[in-house]
Design a protein around this ligand. Structure first.
Ligand SMILES: [Zn+2]
Ligand SMILES: [Zn+2]
Ligand SMILES: [Zn+2]
Length: 197
């Protein structure tokens, strides 16, 4: 995996394992006249421990930062103490992940392999939906349904799906809501999401 920047005259490349990435600058841009909030454009400097590789800058919108951080297998340093404005969904994903980590993990049946996530085709499909919430609660039946799908989604894609099905005006209700499985439509809640190990 390499980080690439293509300019008119040069192709800059750094091997991901050799590189260190630093947030060096932040600028506000009004993307379109009618967009309500300005976009925050971050400048990241990519350096390498390999002296043959010259440092280069990449620019991206702050809302894509979380995605980059996730794909990059190297820490990102924040040199300028830039406050990175993430979207409400990205903020939600952090809580979502922490919550799912508390759930019971799921062990694949022997012979079954983890496939790539069908949402991003990058991360392994590391989640399985099991109707666990009614076991936790009292004898009242929950509205959740059993999903029989094999693991098909990574936790980030499932979290984005989870967030996208909610009342966008009321993020405080997101964690406690039920959404349909993206594949079979069986309803599930956050307690039903298991990480595949
Ligand atoms: Zn995914
Ligand atoms: Zn399903
Ligand atoms: Zn449930």
């Amino acid at each position: 995996f390499v980080l690439l920047q293509v300019t008119t005259y040069h192709v800059y490349m750094a091997l991901q394992t050799d590189c260190h990435v630093t947030v060096t600058e932040s600028q506000q841009h009004q993307l379109t006249p009618d967009s309500a909030s300005p976009a925050q454009i971050l400048t990241l400097t990519v350096g390498s421990i390999n002296p043959a590789v010259r440092p280069f800058d990449i620019r991206l919108i702050s809302t894509e930062y979380a995605e980059l951080r996730e794909k990059l297998h190297a820490p990102i340093r924040n040199a300028a103490n830039v406050v990175i404005h993430q979207t409400i969904t990205e903020l939600f994903l952090e809580t979502f992940r922490a919550q799912v980590d508390l759930n019971r993990p799921y062990t694949l049946p022997s012979g079954q392999e983890v496939e790539p996530c069908i949402g991003c085709m990058q991360a392994p499909a590391g989640t399985k939906l099991l109707r666990l919430c009614h076991a936790e609660g009292a004898d009242t039946e929950s509205e959740c349904q059993q999903c029989f799908c094999r693991p098909m989604w990574c936790l980030s894609c499932l979290g984005r799906w989870f967030a996208s099905r909610q009342d966008q005006q009321r993020p405080e209700t997101w964690l406690s809501s039920r959404v349909p499985c993206p594949t079979c439509r069986a309803k599930f809640c956050i307690l039903d999401i298991c990480v595949v190990n």
